[in-house]
Design a protein around this ligand. Structure first.
Ligand SMILES: NC(=O)c1ccc[n+]([C@@H]2O[C@H](COP(=O)([O-])OP(=O)(O)OC[C@H]3O[C@@H](n4cnc5c(N)ncnc54)[C@H](O)[C@@H]3O)[C@@H](O)[C@H]2O)c1
Length: 282
């Protein structure tokens, strides 16, 4: 399968991100990976390039706005534009008593990587996707972004960080009308990766999600044009979609008034992004 499409994926040197990069390359995408484990990322890209040069690796600590800007600019310059941005990098504070000072610092770093960096990455990615005439913006959240489980007190900051990503996703559904960018959050349950090795065994008895199911969730995000502002759950038994409007509350205003406001706000976002594209000269 061949396409001229380009995806940027953060945190894709290994496991989930790497599996998604492989699936996108198999679909004919060219991919640019940003991560902090440079030796692993370089090896991953070598594997992706075994038949043709379709992938690049660039060091990118997502907590740095400048490094995310450089990653996206590099991808656009290398491959001519960006159609899909996958903000996947994440860390987990699992296992520590979160009130201890040193663990608090680790926990707060969770928020910076998992939440603030998704916000940074969104701001960086949107002008590129707009320049391309639209695209898809995918965040890797988690099933604990939608609720808690029996163990959530062991990783409350991680849980909060992923709830924030889900809220961010639902809030951005307007971008489809503004600039043709669909947004969604992938919410996997436990997947056998390095991130859960920190769990000290408490998830050993839990059913794990096959990596193929996680990858299918990402592919659904790009294949299904009706997905927008939604969460795609990757569960041990398969993929499910939780629609954003299942959780949209309030406003006594009439549909007519709400639609008029929606259009006005979408136009304001489009204008802001027009300005961003011109200013950034991308
Ligand atoms: N494994 C699971 O059970 C599970 C479940 C739900 C969600 N997730 C989410 O999936 C995503 C991928 O995690 P994974 O399970 O593949 O774990 P992982 O630790 O193997 O991968 C995380 C990747 O992010 C990178 N990363 C960490 N900090 C970074 C930073 N500051 N800048 C750039 N890259 C950074 C890591 O180097 C690594 O390549 C994460 O967002 C994670 O929270 C994982």
């Amino acid at each position: 399968m061949s396409t001229n499409k380009v995806a940027v994926i953060t945190g894709a040197a290994r496991v989930i991100g790497k599996a998604v990069a492989e699936a996108f390359v198999a679909r004919g995408y060219r991919v640019v990976i940003g991560d902090v484990i440079d030796d692993v990322g370089t090896e991953t890209v070598k594997e992706l390039n075994r038949n043709a040069e379709v992938a690049f690796y660039k060091h990118c600590d997502v907590t740095s706005y400048a490094e995310q800007e450089a990653l996206f600019r590099f991808a656009a310059e290398s491959f001519g534009g960006i159609d899909v941005a996958i903000l996947n990098a994440g860390v987990a504070e699992i296992g520590g008593p979160f009130l201890a000072q040193e663990d608090l610092e680790v926990g707060l770093r969770n928020l910076d990587v998992n939440t603030s960096s998704v916000i940074r990455g969104t701001k960086v990615a949107l002008p590129h996707l707009h320049k391309r005439g639209g695209g898809v913006l995918i965040f890797t959240a988690s099933i604990v972004g939608l609720g808690t489980n029996y163990f959530s007190s062991l990783f409350p900051i991680y849980t909060a960080s992923k709830h924030a990503v889900v809220g961010w996703t639902r809030s951005l559904a307007i971008m489809k009308d503004a600039v043709g960018v669909r947004v969604c959050a992938i919410c996997p349950s436990w997947v056998e990766t390095d991130i859960i090795k920190m769990s000290s065994g408490f998830v050993d008895a839990e059913n794990k999600v096959p990596m193929s199911t996680v990858v299918n969730a990402f592919l659904l995000a790009i294949d299904d044009p009706s997905i927008n502002g939604d969460c795609i759950l990757a569960l041990p038994h398969g993929v499910e979609v939780e629609r954003a409007d299942q959780r949209r509350y309030g406003s006594e205003a009439s549909e007519e008034v709400k639609n008029a406001y929606w259009k006005e706000i979408a136009a304001a976002h489009r204008e802001t992004l027009d300005t961003a594209v011109a200013k950034l000269n991308i």
